[in-house]
Ligand binder design. Structure first.
Ligand code: TMO
Length: 314
């Protein structure tokens, strides 16, 4: 073969081998939604800064944590990094049914979100963690705001939408009061700790809190798929929400269906993103205990964990 032809051919082969680079990512920003709990904001910044290290442009949008599934379905937000089964499974499933977003991958983390108490509460109510024992102890949780009912301190209203339905379905002597923010939950635990006042509130794992306040989740009737929709599921034949949240829940990543064509390189990296419980608890700790800003926490996490995330970008 003529030398020039051979050179041209190998140049063509090289161009073909490099063809993924021809389908370059759009220069439009990847829209990353952030919510109102620390690990999600830090993780969003971690993955956003990872995309930036690959040459992508990123924008963060503060978004309601239930409405985000509709936003991702329509492509207004590009992805969601923390789809917690307990709080968001229902919104995620209904968006999947409508179409436009998909399940990209599942983190290694096993999650739980439910009624929880710090250990001193059990000294006052020794039958815990059983929910019936909690219900018999309702008087310990009475506040001026809740009259003769015990107070369950729920998270911000956009998280779990069905605590009140659970109280109603199980006939509990409790009233749900929603905290305005995650920070308000931690402040209430810290205040209760001073004189060991019994408290039952919404909490989750992985989170920084488990390293600060030993505690337990209340054991409700076990979650069954469909318990939120089908009265036949759960122990009571005529009630929905007669069950706890999943005790071994998933945490998924969801993305807009158009992401893989618009930002193929970033999408390939996203498919490899995977965090475990310890990593997610650490992301929350950097903000909630160490007091860092989320973007600084993300930069610190990336600097300390190159061996974890660099391979995702290659
Ligand atoms: C939605 N959350 C992880 C705070 O339970």
């Amino acid at each position: 073969m003529h030398r020039t032809t051979r050179l041209l051919l190998s140049a063509a082969t090289l161009a073909l081998a490099a063809s993924p680079a021809l389908a370059a990512d759009s220069t439009d920003p990847i829209m990353i939604p952030t919510h109102n709990w620390s690990s999600q904001i830090v993780m969003s910044n971690v993955v956003g800064q990872m995309f930036e290290s690959m040459g992508n442009s990123v924008e963060y949008v503060s978004t309601d944590s239930q409405a985000v599934y509709e936003a991702v379905r329509l492509g207004d937000a590009t992805l969601e990094l923390e789809v917690w089964e307990g709080a968001f499974g229902a919104s995620f499933r209904s968006a999947l049914e409508k179409g436009g977003l998909h399940d990209v991958t599942t983190h290694a983390a096993i999650t739980r979100e439910d009624w929880w108490y710090p250990m001193w509460t059990k000294e006052a109510c020794p039958g815990l963690p059983d929910w019936k024992a909690l219900n018999d102890c309702a008087a310990l949780f009475v506040t001026p705001e809740t009259g003769d009912k015990g107070r369950f301190l729920g998270g911000p209203v956009d998280w779990l939408k069905h605590d009140a339905e659970k109280v109603e379905a199980l006939g509990m002597n409790f009233t749900v009061v929603n905290a305005g923010s995650a920070a308000a939950l931690w402040a209430e635990i810290a205040a209760a700790e001073k004189d060991k006042t019994p408290i039952v509130l919404f909490n989750w794992t992985p989170n920084f809190a488990e390293a600060v306040w030993p505690g337990e989740f209340v054991e409700f009737p076990a979650w069954e798929d469909g318990c939120d929709k089908d009265p036949a599921k759960g122990p009571l034949p005529d009630k929905v929400y007669d069950c706890g949240n999943p005790a071994n829940g998933y945490m998924k990543i969801a993305a807009w269906d158009g992401m893989k064509d618009k930002w193929p390189t970033a999408y390939a990296a996203l498919q490899k993103v995977n965090f475990n419980n310890a990593q997610i608890a650490e992301m929350a700790k950097l903000v909630d205990i160490d007091g860092m800003e989320p973007e600084d926490a993300a930069a610190a996490w990336l600097a300390a964990n190159e061996a974890v995330w660099k391979p995702w970008t290659e």
